[in-house]
Design a protein around this ligand. Structure first.
Ligand code: ADP
Ligand code: MG
Length: 272
């Protein structure tokens, strides 16, 4: 249930932002040896381990996690504090690499890539949504959403067009000139979702996106994510709340750095 009006579906799909880089063309040079298949799952994690070392102490935060997420799936990753959610999120988001095991993102093996290449991959493949919105203050919604495209060699006109389309897609077509302080928490998070969408990423990665929101705003944001999922977006949402995870089509539970369970919440509708 959503408490706001959305533009009609045909409008969203007709103005859907194009990828900033054509995916087939620019595979990073250091990853050029990698063969990529368009049918590959968006996420393919195999036997991933992560060990943090602080001096003499090592913490085994992930212990052999394997996970495939096909295109169009909406997955919630759950677990209590310390179970490894953030560690897994950092790996899925290419912010950190595994100690052992492999991760293919949209068919691309991201092992052993340098920082610049990883940053490039993040920009092209992943749209992140955080608990704290991370919007630029005193900057209107439109400019916030245009931001991920500002280094990508996209013309001003195209940037504007895509940002407006993304804001329309989250139901904020009438709030494009508002600054964050003039928006509710739910609206601010929807601006952040529009910003994550605007580069047409393969994956939307949301870390506790409703953690700072009241229940009405939580519904609003979950409604937006659900609608994006219905449109075929691939979404991974990290949460410790059952109420939030219930909205996903699949729920994966972590305990002590390993997958405890992996269950579908409904029929497999929406899967490509
Ligand atoms: P969650 O997000 O589910 O609370 P984390 O992934 O943050 O779990 O943490 C998993 C385990 O790894 C915890 O024992 C935590 O203390 C440890 N850990 C997380 N990040 C670091 C780090 N940067 N350095 C050392 N230990 C860490
Ligand atoms: Mg965490």
């Amino acid at each position: 249930m959503t408490a706001f009006a959305h533009p009609p579906r045909w409008l969203i799909s007709s103005v859907r932002p194009r990828p900033v880089w054509p995916r087939e063309v620019t595979v990073p040079r250091s990853a050029a040896a990698v063969t990529r298949s368009p049918a590959a799952p968006v996420i393919d994690v195999q036997e991933v381990h992560k060990t943090y070392r602080i001096g003499d102490i090592s913490v085994h935060a992930l212990r052999g996690v394997s996970l495939r997420v096909p295109r169009g799936e909406y997955v919630a990753i759950m677990g209590s504090s310390g179970s490894g959610k953030s560690t897994l999120m950092n790996i899925l988001g290419c912010l950190d690499g595994p100690t052992a095991g492999t991760y293919r993102l949209d068919g691309l093996d991201v092992r052993d890539l340098d920082e610049d290449t990883l940053a490039d991959i993040r920009g092209r493949f992943i749209g992140c949504v955080f608990q704290s919105f991370n919007l630029v203050p005193r900057t209107r919604a439109l400019a916030n959403v245009e931001l991920p495209m500002s280094y990508a060699g996209v013309s001003r006109t195209v940037r504007r067009e895509r940002a407006l389309a993304a804001l329309g897609a989250v139901g904020l077509g009438d709030r494009v000139d508002h600054i964050p302080a003039e928006l509710s928490g739910g609206q601010q998070q929807r601006v952040a979702i529009a910003r994550a969408l605007v580069t047409d990423p393969a994956l939307i990665l949301a870390d506790e996106p409703t953690g700072n929101l009241d229940s009405a705003s939580t519904e609003e944001v979950l409604g937006t994510l659900e609608r994006l999922s219905d449109e075929g977006r691939t979404i991974v949402l990290i949460t410790h709340e059952d109420e939030v995870a219930r909205h996903a089509r699949r729920v994966i539970r972590l305990r002590d750095g390993a997958i405890l369970s992996d269950q579908r919440t409904q029929t497999t509708r929406g899967l490509a």
